[in-house]
Design a binder for this molecule. Structure first.
Ligand SMILES: Nc1nc2c(ncn2[C@@H]2O[C@H](COP(=O)(O)OP(=O)(O)O)[C@@H](O)[C@H]2O)c(=O)[nH]1
Ligand SMILES: [Mg+2]
Length: 295
């Protein structure tokens, strides 16, 4: 069959509501890293799903943040806003268990964009009394004229087919925009850096994840073995000591977890070398951010 419909779907919401989880579940593979901590997704990431007659291009975005003091937060809010303007359909995700003032911030942005918006109420697996959702849904209906309101559990892939089918109804007619076997716009190097960053986020506590970024310096892929060298950038000497850990144990743990997942991605053995280096206050400095790839 040939593709008759295609278009872009922006996935928007405050941090931690499950945007990246939803993308991965719809695509059936891990395109975008996830974690219980905010600021996990820093970039705009495409996940492309091609069925027999529809090509849907999902755009995962960083969460919309209230705090615009730091260059990193401003950068992430800009990404979220510009993605909305380029999309054919917007998915606005909220957490079924709580509405926060940042959700209102997102809603304000949506009012300015004039696109069909599907409200996705996520994490319904955590709602014990499902009947309690109904008055909540009624209230949300008064806030905005949504094209649809769909409760899901992204984690359990619950009700995602109905979401996908409503999305495809709203897409414009058109040919495939990407090769039919392509699933993301990101390079392998990018995906590897993100896997390392995900393990780092899980392994370290509190503020540290926001102060780190990963840069791939060496990448040599051969049939059976891939050699990778990566730098973990932190903002201060003290953070460097934390990432390395006592006797290097923390860095070793991050390396082992990352290596296993990269081996699955590449289907080769992987030799992974990690360094930790300091670049002072890089998240608060537009120039330092650009030098690390945050354009
Ligand atoms: N219980 C539950 N947890 C979820 C669901 N979807 C996502 N999560 C969790 O919520 C956290 C944030 O998810 P993530 O996709 O990174 O959120 P994002 O910041 O919006 O991209 C992670 O710990 C996910 O495992 C869901 O449907 N149910
Ligand atoms: Mg995310």
């Amino acid at each position: 069959m040939t593709i008759t419909k295609s278009g872009y779907v922006a996935i928007i919401g405050r941090p931690n509501v499950g945007k990246s989880t939803l993308l991965n579940k719809i695509l059936g593979e891990k395109i975008s890293i996830t974690s219980p901590k905010p600021q996990t997704t820093r970039w705009q990431i495409l996940g492309i799903k091609t069925t027999s007659d529809v090509q849907t291009i999902y755009i995962d975005t960083p969460g919309v943040h209230r705090d615009e003091k730091r260059a990193m937060s401003r950068y992430m809010n800009r990404v979220a806003s510009s993605v909305m303007l380029d999309a054919d359909v917007v998915i606005f995700i909220i957490d079924a268990t709580r509405w926060q003032s940042e959700d209102d911030m997102v809603l304000e942005k949506l009012k300015a964009c004039d696109k069909p918006v599907i409200l996705v109420i996520n994490k319904i697996d955590l709602v014990k009394d499902k009947a309690a959702l109904l008055p909540h849904i009624d209230k949300l209906k008064n806030k905005f004229s949504f094209a649809h309101i769909i409760p899901v559990s992204a984690m359990n892939a619950d009700n995602l087919e109905s979401l996908e089918s409503e999305i495809s109804q709203l897409l414009p007619e058109g040919p495939a925009l990407f090769p039919e076997d392509q699933v993301t716009d990101k390079t392998i190097r990018f995906q590897i850096a993100e896997i390392i960053r995900e393990k780092l986020i899980y392994a370290t506590e509190q503020e540290l994840p926001y102060s780190t970024t990963v840069e791939i310096e060496q990448f040599k892929q051969e049939e059976k073995l891939t050699e990778i060298g990566a730098v973990i950038w932190v903002e201060r000497q003290g953070q460097k000591a934390i990432v390395i850990g006592k006797k290097g144990l923390m860095l070793k743990k991050i390396g082992t977890l990352a290596r296993r997942e990269i081996e699955k991605l590449l289907d080769t053995k992987v030799f992974l070398r990690l360094w930790v280096k300091v670049k002072e206050d890089w998240t608060d400095n537009d120039k330092a951010m650009r030098s690390l790839g945050y354009e």
